[in-house]
Design a protein around this ligand. Structure first.
Ligand SMILES: Cc1cc2nc3c(=O)[nH]c(=O)nc-3n(C[C@H](O)[C@H](O)[C@H](O)COP(=O)(O)OP(=O)(O)OC[C@H]3O[C@@H](n4cnc5c(N)ncnc54)[C@H](O)[C@@H]3O)c2cc1C
Length: 292
């Protein structure tokens, strides 16, 4: 049950600050394929994309919020979208001149709204989305020639790949869903040009465990995204044992085991409303204080 009311949710989601730079667009699916056994690619055309700001699409890490069917979603009715839930996906690739977009979706095997939608998806299908939303990327550190470490599970594989294709990255640590099969890092080389690629072992917190085995220089920037508790533990190590300053630590929880994307949205909207009552805003720093 949520304590979030419709007026608060709508006010936050429709505020000029939240909507800045977002377009309401439609993805017309042209193909559905597999990049890896655990990663589906959905490619499509976006009518009207070429009329939007092309620079926004050239940022190395951007995300879209897809509106997909879910009759039982708790947030949809509060924001005037009953029967729909919203799920966030990275733009794996985009051609702003041609108006085409690719997104890569982890096939995690649950009976979730995204898995049901993906199962039934066929060329010609359409999905509404809002975007592009820029997310942090270690562009300045890479441009300065500082060592850049990226750590990503399957959900952050598309973002880590997009960043590596745009910036000079030293080391990429991947925690793919098939880690138990010990995949050869060479299998991922095309998606991470120029970077040393390591594959994390099996663990409840694979990225944090992998980080603990690396010697990370004090001038390094660490970017990491994936399961929230894994990233929380990795963040604690970066700021604690490794003593990296906060500006060299860009880390994000993309999903939380046992919780839905809607649970995360409701928790964050509730958290933002509470912070604003105290004159504060949600930031990368206090996001981990929110209980999802
Ligand atoms: C900025 C951002 C960018 C993202 N980019 C991508 C991306 O490019 N590709 C991508 O695949 N995901 C990405 N994600 C994560 C994605 O939004 C979530 O995984 C989403 O919750 C999946 O929706 P669902 O309907 O399948 O599952 P939900 O209904 O949200 O959850 C149902 C169950 O599935 C579990 N679950 C959800 N995701 C995973 C997972 N990846 N592995 C195992 N179990 C899971 C949940 O813990 C829950 O128990 C991104 C998230 C953010 C915030």
């Amino acid at each position: 049950m949520t304590t979030l009311d419709a007026a608060t949710a709508s006010a936050l989601l429709n505020s000029p600050k939240h909507r800045a730079g977002l377009n309401d667009l439609v993805l017309e699916v042209t193909s559905v394929s597999r990049r890896h056994p655990w990663l589906a690619r959905v490619s499509g055309r976006v009518p009207g994309l070429t009329a939007t700001d092309p620079t926004a699409w050239r940022h190395p890490n951007i995300a879209l919020r897809l509106a997909i069917p879910d009759p039982s979603d708790d947030l949809g009715p509060l924001i005037g979208q009953p029967g729909l839930c919203r799920r966030v996906y990275t733009v794996a690739d985009v051609d702003p001149d041609a108006g085409t977009v690719d997104i890569d979706i982890v096939v995690h095997g649950g009976a979730s709204p995204m898995m049901r939608w993906l199962d039934a998806l066929r060329p010609g299908d359409r999905v509404d989305f809002a975007g592009p939303r820029p997310h942090p990327a270690p562009t300045e550190a890479a441009a300065a020639g500082d060592p850049v470490y990226l750590l990503a599970d399957g959900s952050a594989y598309p973002a880590a790949s997009a960043i590596t294709r745009a910036c000079a990255v030293t080391t990429v640590v991947l925690a793919p869903p098939d880690a138990a099969e010990r995949p050869d890092p060479a299998r991922f080389a095309d998606d991470f040009p120029g970077a040393r690629i390591l594959v994390a072992g099996e663990s409840a917190t694979p990225l944090a465990a992998a980080l603990a085995t690396l010697s990370v220089p004090s001038g390094a920037t660490v970017w990491a995204a994936g399961e929230r508790e894994d990233i929380r533990s990795l963040r604690t190590r970066c700021l604690g044992e490794l003593g990296l300053p906060k500006k060299q630590v860009q880390v994000f929880g993309y999903w939380r085991r046992g919780k839905t994307g809607t649970d995360a949205d409701i928790a964050r909207l509730t958290g933002i409303a509470r912070l604003r009552e105290r004159g504060l805003e949600l930031t990368g720093d206090n996001d981990f204080d929110i209980e999802i």
